[in-house]
Design a binder for this molecule. Structure first.
Ligand code: PLP
Length: 353
């Protein structure tokens, strides 16, 4: 009988929410469907593809569109099948079996997931009580514990908090190991270090089309690093990791600067509205221990009623993310925000004590 190895027996699959809910505020996606705006152009771009041919292995046109949008050089860019794939490549190729990776907690679960999959040692440093990152502690830990890579999201999913640019730079300068800064949500804040990437030979910045750009469906992410690292990334990735359809749509949409900017600002506005409405509920019902100061497109709430709130929202066909003693709610359209707020109002008014 074929037996799965211990690693495969141990691994817990990532558990995205399943089921059909009317309102989906659980995955931090954009509330705008680019097909509603650019459907015709996308159809033409896809129609023109030679589907019998392999895609461009370096995804050069989409890399260029991405580089132009962010004002960097395309030589620094590697496209991936979502930034997820890039995290997997970093863990499997830039690190060797048994190497130590430092993650901070709470943070995006995929860092530890891939590290464990590739038989790395994962050390987890808890964040401060206010869920902020103490950079000095992180530097000391890396330098005193033979850490080979530190990886974190900034701004952070799930805490919604951001680490200032100066602090991130201090961290990169303070260690000699690889530093991976996942800027998946940086489009909603203004502390990116993308413009500094060429100054550091131990830095990889990750970006994604899944959040502010509004294209989680096409699976497109980018790693940005100096040419030495980028050369290695491109060499080890699977040759056709991003398909022609994603490349074509990516190239098209990443060039639509004005529309992207418009959506980005509207999403930030939506999150601000959601945040203030949630803060009002916090005052009204005293059931939220803390509503964090978000610099992302979601709001993170600490509440001992998290489980009950989450399941009662699901009964009303509203999905949010439940994480232990917290819930995370993505900013939606005006209607979606109004629906989740009125549902929360009703649920909170019914909770005893
Ligand atoms: C959503 C998210 C991503 C995006 O992953 P993709 O594979 O590009 O969709 C990356 N990092 C964090 C922290 C995220 O929350």
């Amino acid at each position: 009988m074929y037996e799965l190895n211990d690693k495969l027996k141990r691994i817990e699959a990532y558990d995205p929410i399943e089921g059909n809910y009317k309102i989906r505020l659980d995955a931090n996606e954009s509330c705008f469907n680019i097909n509603d705006i650019f459907g015709d152009k996308i159809a033409i771009a896809v129609k023109g593809l030679q589907l019998n041919r392999y895609p461009d292995p370096t995804a050069s046109a989409v890399n260029k569109a991405f580089a132009d949008l962010y004002g960097i050089s395309e030589e620094l860019v590697t496209a991936g099948n979502g930034s997820d794939e890039l995290i997997s490549i970093i863990c499997s190729c830039f690190l060797e079996k048994g190497d130590k990776v430092l993650t901070l907690s709470p943070d995006f679960s995929m860092y530890a997931f891939y590290s464990e999959l590739y038989e790395l040692k994962v050390d987890t440093m808890p964040k401060e009580n206010n869920l902020k990152i103490d950079v000095v502690k992180v530097i000391e830990y890396c330098n005193n514990n033979n850490v080979k890579a530190v990886i974190f999201s900034n701004p952070c999913n799930p805490t919604s908090l951001g680490l200032k640019r100066e602090e991130v730079i201090r961290l990169i300068k303070g260690v000699s190991c690889l530093v991976v800064v996942d800027e998946a949500y940086m489009d909603f804040w203004d502390q990116s270090i993308l413009d500094m990437v060429e100054e550091f030979d131990n830095l990889i910045i990750l970006k994604t089309c899944s959040k502010a750009i509004g294209m989680a469906a096409i699976r497109l992410g980018f790693a940005v690093a100096v040419p030495k690292i980028t050369g290695a990334m491109r060499a080890v990735k699977s040759p056709y990791n991003t398909d022609s359809i994603s490349q074509a749509i990516g190239k098209l949409i990443l060039s639509e600067k004005e529309t992207l900017e418009d959506c980005r600002l509207k999403i930030i506005e939506s999150r601000k509205e959601l945040q203030s409405a949630i803060e009002e509920l916090a005052v009204k019902y005293k059931k939220f221990e803390k509503v964090y100061d978000s610099v992302t497109n979601f709001v993170f709430i600490k509440t001992s009623a998290a489980k009950e709130i989450h399941s009662k929202l699901l009964e009303k066909s509203i999905a949010v993310r439940y994480m232990g003693s917290c819930i995370r709610i993505s900013a939606g359209t005006k209607e979606e925000n109004a629906a989740v707020i009125s549902a929360l109002d009703e649920i909170l008014s019914g909770i005893e004590g």
